[in-house]
Design a binder for this molecule. Sequence first.
Ligand code: CO
Length: 218
Amino acid sequence: MTEITQLLKNNREWAESITKENPDFFHKLSQQQTPEYLWIGCSDSRVPANDIVGLLPGELFVHRNVANVVIHTDLNCQAVLQYAVDVLKVKHIIVTGHYGCGGVKAALGDEQLGLIDNWLRAIRDIYYRNESRFRVISDEEKRTDLMCELNVIEQVANICHTNIVQNAWRRGQELSVHGWIYAVKDGIIKDLGVKVNKLEQVAEAYRMGVSDATKSDY
Ligand code: CO
């Protein structure tokens, strides 16, 4: 177990090593942030956003929660999304799930875990809608992995169903939403190939009309 003071020591060493390489790094960073990417990932300690894509502080805007879910009534996630799209004007939103996700596993089981059950409920809904795909898979690990992938795909759709993203597209803002999955066992990310970058790719039932936020551009 790492002593807490060790973390502060690590921090000094980390800051020193970056400054040594680029003396102006922190000063420049303190003036502004201009990340091109919004990362929505799991809170899992084995999936550290910046590290696994090799990005420095200032390059990735990050939101993490248990099982990387995007729920329309979650003010926290929606506020991150709105700020990233409208203010920071990120060009890419990346939902990154991971195989063997504990949250996803829990959603597939029937054990009560407390408040988290409510949070994971949305994943249970995805399972129910795709039940036929699971019926033919008996291996527990494979079932979880399929669920992890379906969960990412669902969250990509949820992001595209927000007025935040749709208004950005209507304004002509360049914005792509991606679905990735990370394997803890080898550190490799797989692109699930579900990229969405325009309104026409969104199911019609989820497309919203023009609002005051977009009218000025017409
Ligand atoms: Co997880």
